[in-house]
Ligand binder design. Structure first.
Ligand SMILES: [Zn+2]
Length: 426
């Protein structure tokens, strides 16, 4: 099968890109002819497909009025992306299109090219952007569901995107435009949800239930459990507000019997370091950025992996990897976390943003014996083995491809409206 993956970036930017490249490698090994469409960037993996790639805009930086207006126009409708993808589809004629995060950089313009090509398309939902302009459903320091049921003005009113009026206006407008036209819903046959929580949330936000499929995220399964024995609990990830580290550090500072290591960087790094220092929490240390190979050693010696996230985690890679390695997980009861970590079994769950509960959780874990920790780790490994192996995942993805190829288009009568055919031929 010839498969075209579409994602805004073609380098390992975040979780979505890690997943896409692993999936592409597996599919290539299975004998599929795998291609990719993305934006140009110096860090990109080199590929013959890059001749079709389009300009990447820096959407987080002000670059003068004319340039900013040009970027805003491309955020809503990227003409270069639409044309370039149309050429690529004509040249390549893939059997299947698998979209990931195309939003903002490639824009919904590419959906026109996909519809006109009549090639079946599925999309993995790596975040909540399909339904919400605020892709993380997190803003102003808390879970944010403004903009639900088409109330896009709420996004503007509360400045839910980057806390800025211009970004919120643009995001709300783009959402109104794609939702009134049902751009994604009538282009993508199946939306693959990495967690049941994502599937439920999408339904709740009005996405068509018959187009949502639960496809649990996979992870590698090491032959043996990690040795642990380092005596510390580990947080590894971005140091940003939605991760809930501020409250976590307050709680952890009162449990010196459980040393904490925090790996990663992010906008809150200085603030969190200063906080730990002010609390005289010498048992909390910051490791900064760690290379993946070394990270594995640090994680494998951890007694537990912690994830104090306040936002709706989708299917956390940190939890999946820790569970596969047989390491107990201490996480917040939010988003897809409780689908992975079973409270008192493979780890401990704590209500999000509850400092006192975190203090109790950490104290409770510090008192567990090595035997109990091994038991928790084994329960986690068992769960991963049953539901999250790459082998099963690839089969599930393939089933979705077959289903997308065999079913008629969800809203077929709307595909080739004369106006759209004209737009496609322009
Ligand atoms: Zn909000």
């Amino acid at each position: 099968m010839r498969i075209l993956h579409i994602n805004k970036f073609n380098y390992l930017h975040g979780g979505a890109e890690h997943y896409m490249h692993e999936l592409m490698a597996h599919q290539t090994a299975m004998g599929h002819d795998v291609h990719v469409f993305a934006t140009r960037h110096p860090k990109n993996f080199s590929t013959p497909d890059q001749k079709y790639f389009v300009e990447r805009f820096d959407l987080d930086r002000r670059e003068g009025l004319i340039r900013d207006l040009f970027k805003a126009k491309n955020y809503v409708w990227n003409g270069e992306a639409r044309l370039s993808l149309a050429h690529m589809l004509q040249d390549l004629r893939p059997d299947m299109i698998h979209m990931h995060n195309a939003y903002n950089h490639l824009s919904s313009s590419i959906l026109t090219s996909i519809r006109l090509s009549r090639i079946p398309c599925v999309q993995t939902l790596h975040d909540y952007k399909l339904a919400s302009a605020n892709y993380a459903l997190f803003a102003h320091g808390e879970v944010c569901e403004h903009g639900k049921q088409g109330k896009y003005w709420e996004i503007v009113k509360h400045r839910c995107i980057q806390g800025r009026l211009d970004a919120s206006l643009l995001g709300a407008f783009e959402m109104w435009m794609t939702k009134t036209r049902k751009s994604y819903e009538r282009t993508v046959k199946l939306f693959l949800c990495p967690s049941q929580f994502m599937q439920r949330k999408m339904e709740e936000w009005g996405e068509p239930a018959d187009q949502l499929r639960y496809v649990p995220n996979p992870t590698y399964f090491p032959e043996q459990s990690a040795p642990r024995g380092g005596g510390y609990a580990l947080y590894a990830g971005r140091l940003s507000p939605e991760k809930g580290l501020e409250g976590f550090i307050h709680a952890a500072s009162r449990v010196p019997e459980l040393p904490i290591k925090i790996a990663g960087r992010g906008p809150e790094e200085e603030k969190l370091k200063n906080l730990a220092h002010a609390l005289r929490a010498h048992h909390i240390s910051f490791l900064g950025f760690i290379e993946p190979e070394k990270m594995k050693d640090v994680r494998d010696r951890a007694e537990a992996v912690v994830l104090p996230t306040l936002s709706y985690e989708n299917a956390s890679g940190a939890l999946l990897e820790a569970m596969a390695a047989g390491i107990p997980c201490l996480a917040t009861r939010t988003g897809g976390n409780p689908e992975l970590v079973e409270d008192q079994k493979s780890g401990l769950l704590t209500p999000p943003g509850d400092e006192q509960a975190w203090e109790m959780t950490l104290r409770k874990f510090a008192q567990t014996t090595q035997e109990e920790r091994t038991k928790m780790g084994e329960a986690g490994r068992k769960k991963i083995h049953a539901n999250h192996l790459w082998f099963d995942h690839l089969e599930r993805v393939q089933e979705c491809y077959e289903e997308a190829r065999s079913t008629s288009h969800p809203q077929k009568n709307k595909i080739d409206s004369p106006a759209e055919s004209r737009a496609g031929m322009r």
